[in-house]
Design a protein. Structure first.
Length: 296
């Protein structure tokens, strides 16, 4: 080993040690179970949490605990739950969409879906706008043999029918990037490049992407460079530990403080939502840990 290689190796070991120390420090703070830490957050990242990850906890309890932690939003709420979020002075930074007809597997990439989706999304846009919430999620749908370029063209043709209306209502339609390798087999919007091409095809400030860090680490990696190069197309972020989509601490492969710093450095003013499924018994302590890890 050359002297230069040896120095590089020492630097890598030191960096890993610092990262481990940071994670351990946060874990010890969470173990004290001090949920009311809102006044301690640094304010560089706007924090949210996805409600579905805490289905075992009543939504009102999640809202109350989130507010105590300094979290300002609950992600993926339906209109029926908007009033509860507002009761705790929380926004919904990303409104949910999907029913028995439309969702992840049946989305905008099929022209035969467009009429039904336009009707469905028009109602959701109205509900989202009336609540004063900024973003409404959407999905490409599965390929089912559809060519990727044709999928872009079909999605663009359908989404153009609602994007201007959404803009007038001060709502942005946001398509989520999901992995097709582990969780959502055959989903079409499974790479950042595909989503960016769709954004360019639509050509509206009222259509952007939800960059799910967990999903894109599985599909393509290179998270920080991808974020930097595509910042203008990203409206929202989700977290999750890889592999397994559990806690985002030292039990998984991503170093979230560096990712959050990269997000912040792009000038991003939106929300980062914790979307991991806690493995630990104390799920709210895991949520607090995730917030503190991302609170750069």
């Amino acid at each position: 080993m050359t002297n230069e290689s040896r120095r590089d190796a020492i630097k890598k070991v030191a960096t890993m040690a610092l990262a481990s120390t940071a994670f351990t420090s946060i874990s010890s703070r969470v173990s004290a179970h001090e949920l009311a830490v809102g006044d301690k957050l640094k304010g560089k990242i706007n924090h949210s949490v996805c409600a579905w990850c805490y289905n075992g906890i009543p939504l009102e309890e999640l809202c109350r605990s989130a507010r105590n932690m300094g979290i300002a939003s609950i992600d993926l709420l339906s209109p029926k739950d908007f009033a509860l979020a507002k009761k705790y002075d929380l926004t919904c930074a990303m409104v949910a969409a999907g029913n028995k007809d439309w969702g992840i597997t049946r989305g905008w990439n099929r022209k035969e879906h467009h009429a039904g989706l336009v009707e469905y999304y028009t109602r959701l846009i109205d509900d989202t706008s009336a609540a004063g919430f900024p973003h409404l999620i959407c999905f490409s749908g599965n390929r089912n043999g559809l060519d990727d370029q044709q999928g872009i063209e079909n999605c663009a043709a359908g989404l153009r029918q609602i994007v201007d209306y959404a803009g007038k209502k001060k709502v942005t339609i946001v398509m989520e990037l999901l992995n097709s390798k582990v969780d959502h087999a055959d989903y079409q919007c499974d790479h950042t490049a595909w989503g960016v091409e769709l954004c360019k095809a639509i050509g509206s400030e009222h259509f952007k992407l939800l960059y799910d860090i967990y999903h894109m680490q599985i599909m393509e990696g290179d998270v920080i460079r991808t974020i930097r190069e595509n910042k203008e197309y990203i409206a929202h972020y989700h977290t999750g530990g890889v592999p397994g989509r559990h806690e985002i601490d030292e039990t998984q492969e991503l170093y979230y403080p560096a990712i959050m710093q990269a997000v912040y450095d792009t000038g991003f003013k939106g929300f980062v939502a914790q979307e991991f499924v806690p493995k630990r018994e104390d799920k709210l302590a895991s949520l607090q840990q995730g917030v503190l890890i991302c609170d750069i």
